[in-house]
Design a binder for this molecule. Structure first.
Ligand code: GTP
Length: 392
């Protein structure tokens, strides 16, 4: 109703006022609907992006691909200013295996390794088998308290979420999310969504790490820790193809411990194993990181040298021979042993790598083996890099 000049209300004015109220209400409803629509569209877009992210990480072929995707994609789709990952790696097994598989950790400054659960840098309270699943910790960023999960925080970091990564109730690390918006992560915020995301990341991490470990075990010799024959057979084919493309020489060394049967007879099989380990370590010390050392079986080792001609490979072989023969191998305080090796060296020059790589590899290895045979026949403890017939 509307009041007249005399103070009375008339039906007309009442009607008009009601219309104004309705219009205002309508406008407010429309604004609210527009807001909800916008929110729904935003949520839909976030969901779609996260579904695509889940697919990406689930199909990551290896460890670098997985963590690369997490660090590259997650900050964008979740509109975050920092994403880091802490992994618990008690005996540095993960780091050792990844390094062996040529993962370059410097490429991932957001990846943090800690030795223990306490090292995660946030309080999970006393834990035992019956402790309930730890929840993500959300709140204001504190430079001192969050120094471990955010070693290089972006300027203006305000709020953080530290999300435990769990596999079968075991905490394997944490996903650390940071935002410059102070209201982004508050203790009252629901955590279902980030817990779900963290659980998928944890599954992917565990799978990829186990796969890499298996790959590593499948390519290395368990006694000496150097590569095994399977690895070198595959690598030979790759390097022959690469040397052919890039036109550089590659060399191959066949190394055999002299009279190893006598070593075993003297110090037993266990002592023989120690000798194998020490010889592998002495050979490795003489090599560049680009060279590949493998145990071919028994007391035989092989080395693949990249971009090395016959002369430089023979030089390295001579250094290896001298290193093994140069000092006794101590099996215990009382027991020391003198060991020597014989080495055959063959080079594959640009132009000689043509044809079927497998056939080239076979002929090349056989050549190095025949030179090793010459070294054995002509007195052992020596390097032979040329056929005696060629030399004559
Ligand atoms: N301890 C140990 N011995 C091994 C291993 N694999 C092979 N052998 C031994 O290595 C010895 C190889 O001996 P041979 O091939 O006869 O040659 P050699 O005594 O080294 O003599 P030359 O090669 O002619 O100098 C054998 O006694 C094998 O038992 C191993 O993993 N550990």
């Amino acid at each position: 109703m509307t009041q007249t000049a005399t103070g009375k209300f008339t039906p007309q004015t009442d009607h008009a006022a009601r219309a104004i109220d309705l219009a205002a209400e309508n406008q407010a409803l429309r604004a609210r609907m527009a807001y909800l629509l916008e929110q729904a569209e935003r949520n839909h877009s976030i969901m779609t992006r996260h579904q695509a992210f889940d697919l990406d990480i689930v199909s990551a072929a290896n460890f670098p691909e997985l963590i690369g995707t997490i660090f590259r994609v997650l900050p964008v789709i979740s509109e975050l200013d920092s994403v880091t990952l802490t992994l618990i790696d008690e005996d540095a097994d993960i780091r050792t295996v990844m390094a062996k598989l040529d993962v370059v950790f410097e490429d991932f400054p957001e990846l943090i390794f800690v030795e223990t659960l306490d090292g995660l840098g946030f309080d999970l309270g006393q834990r035992n088998a019956y402790t309930p699943t730890p929840k993500p910790l959300l709140g204001m960023y504190d430079a001192q308290r969050h120094a471990t999960p955010f070693p290089q925080p972006p300027a203006g970091l305000q709020s953080v979420a530290l999300v435990p990564l769990l596999r079968n109730k075991r905490i394997i690390g944490s996903l650390n999310l940071g935002s410059c918006d102070p209201t982004r992560f508050t203790p009252s915020l629901g955590t279902d969504f980030i817990e779900h995301m963290a659980s998928i990341i944890a599954i992917c991490l565990e799978n990829v790490i186990s796969n890499e470990m298996l790959k590593y075990i499948g390519l290395t010799d368990s006694l000496t820790g150097v590569y095994n024959r399977r690895y070198i057979d595959r690598r030979l084919l790759e390097e022959i193809a690469r040397a052919r493309r890039q036109q550089y020489p590659i060399s191959f060394m066949y190394i055999d411990i002299d009279h190893f049967k006598r070593v075993n007879d003297t110090v037993g099989h266990g002592g023989g194993d120690d000798v194998l380990r020490e010889v592998a370590s002495r050979i490795k010390n003489e090599l560049r990181t680009s060279d590949a050392l493998a145990r071919f079986g028994g007391e035989e080792f092989v080395v693949l040298l990249i971009d090395a001609n016959l002369e430089s490979a023979a030089f390295v072989a001579e250094r290896i021979r001298a290193s093994v023969a140069g000092s006794m191998i101590a099996l215990s305080q009382e027991l020391q042993l003198s060991v020597t090796v014989s080495i055959g060296v063959a080079c594959l020059n640009p132009g000689e790598a043509e044809g079927d790589p497998a056939a080239v590899a076979r002929a090349w290895v056989a050549h190095a083996d025949s030179l090793l045979y010459v070294a054995k026949e002509t007195g052992r403890n020596r390097v032979v890099s040329r056929d005696p017939v060629e030399q004559a």
